[in-house]
Design a protein around this ligand. Structure first.
Ligand SMILES: Cc1ncc(COP(=O)(O)O)c(C=O)c1O
Length: 383
């Protein structure tokens, strides 16, 4: 044990499953990958063409807030998609949403501040909060309530352990749960009342199967919005995203962005600008994911996971496997070794109750969903 050990820092089990899956592949096994949260499709043809054309031009540092062209296009996106006017000065282009979180937490909170987040939730939230010297406060959400966070829960947890920020995603990872407009408005209203800064992770916007997401910007000028080209635009590896920052935080975010990252990648910004104009392609991906969702959920229900409800958005099914195994980590290792299906144990998303759940990503090709269901039927003895 060294003084630098951080017992709180858990492995990212999805990555550990991936490593084991790759080892099996190197031994000649065929694996169906449902462990990672990324679309199988490449970026849109328009994106690839724009980047090809840009490669012969000098690629230099941009303004640390991003290129004026991309920020103006993002301002247009909020006007057309959400009917809100956002000055481009409040928009920052980031290196995926991941650097947006770092900037938001460093610029928006004092060291030691408490940040609330849902359990289950995206595991990096917890680790980023801790790494930056902040304190995570978990709010347990429930399967029987559709995994939706309510304003009442926020208020009740705040009364016990007051916190300074709430980090919230809809659609959410790993549950795919969405709150509706009224639900989002009431979360923001309670945060305003409690003087809690609302950080809205809108990375799965566009990937909705029931209704459309509202942006927190429609209800508040004080919320921090985090978004990314990773999911809806199928660009995880391009490392490009954006944030919208309240006026009072702009300069503080800019000062940190200058030194931490200098600027976002110039090539990725060219890609992002083209992606915003390629919505037909993204919509086709969404339609494929919707078909995958229906097929996977009904296949799983037939196999005995009767309680599984179809996720509202994102591309994950968070499945209670406690009827089949006592521990989801063992279930995942067994499923991988015996059936060649890679999935992520719930402990990644929930350190308390995650041993009962497994997250399956259905963002892969259609054929993979059918193959995974066939293999799981054999594995569970329920073809
Ligand atoms: C909820 C959520 N937020 C943020 C991220 C990080 O995405 P990126 O840094 O690629 O934008 C992910 C990735 O899976 C996620 O699921």
């Amino acid at each position: 044990m060294s003084e630098f050990d951080t017992p709180d820092l858990q492995p990212f089990h999805a990555m550990e499953v991936l490593a084991r899956a790759q080892q099996l592949e190197a031994e000649g096994r065929h694996i169906v990958h449902m462990e990672l949260g990324e679309p199988a499709a490449p970026a849109a043809p328009e994106v690839r063409a724009a980047v090809r054309a840009a490669l012969d031009l000098p690629q230099r540092y941009s303004n640390s807030k991003g290129t004026p062209e991309l920020r103006a296009a993002l301002a247009d996106y909020y006007a057309s998609q959400h009917g809100v006017t956002v000055p481009a000065e409040r928009i920052f282009v980031t290196l995926g949403s991941s650097s947006g979180f770092i900037l938001a937490f460093l610029a928006g909170f004092k060291p030691g501040a408490r940040i609330a987040l849902t359990r289950p939730g995206y595991p990096a939230y917890f680790n980023i909060i801790r790494a930056l010297g902040l304190e995570p406060v978990e709010i347990a959400i429930r399967a029987d309530l559709g995994w939706r966070l309510s304003a009442e829960q926020v208020e009740a947890v705040h009364a016990e352990t007051p916190f300074d920020g709430l980090l919230f995603a809809s659609p959410a990872n790993p549950t795919g749960a969405m709150v509706d407009r009224a639900g989002l408005a009431s979360l923001i209203e309670v945060c305003d009342r409690l003087k809690v800064r609302f950080i809205s992770d809108e990375i799965y916007h566009g990937l909705e199967f029931e209704g459309q997401s509202a942006s927190a910007l429609e209800f508040s000028k004080d919320a921090v919005i985090i978004n990314s080209f990773s999911k809806y635009y199928c660009m995880t590896g391009w490392r490009i995203g954006w944030m919208v920052v309240p006026e009072d935080m702009c300069r503080q975010v800019e000062l940190r962005a200058q030194s931490l990252f200098i600027s976002p990648s110039s090539v990725a910004q060219t890609a992002g600008l083209a992606a915003l104009g390629a919505t037909q392609y993204s919509e086709a991906q969404r339609a494929q994911m919707a078909a995958n969702r229906d097929r996977f959920v009904s296949g799983m229900q037939t196999m005995g996971f009767e309680g599984l409800r179809a996720p509202d958005g994102a591309f994950y099914a968070y499945v209670d496997v406690s009827g089949f195994a006592a521990d989801s980590q063992e279930f995942c290792l067994d499923l991988l070794d015996k059936a060649g299906v890679a999935a992520t144990p719930g402990v990644d998303f929930d350190r308390t109750d995650g041993h009962r759940f497994v997250r399956f990503s259905f963002a892969g090709p259609e054929a993979d969903i059918a193959e995974a269901l066939k293999r799981m039927g054999g594995f569970l003895g329920r073809p």
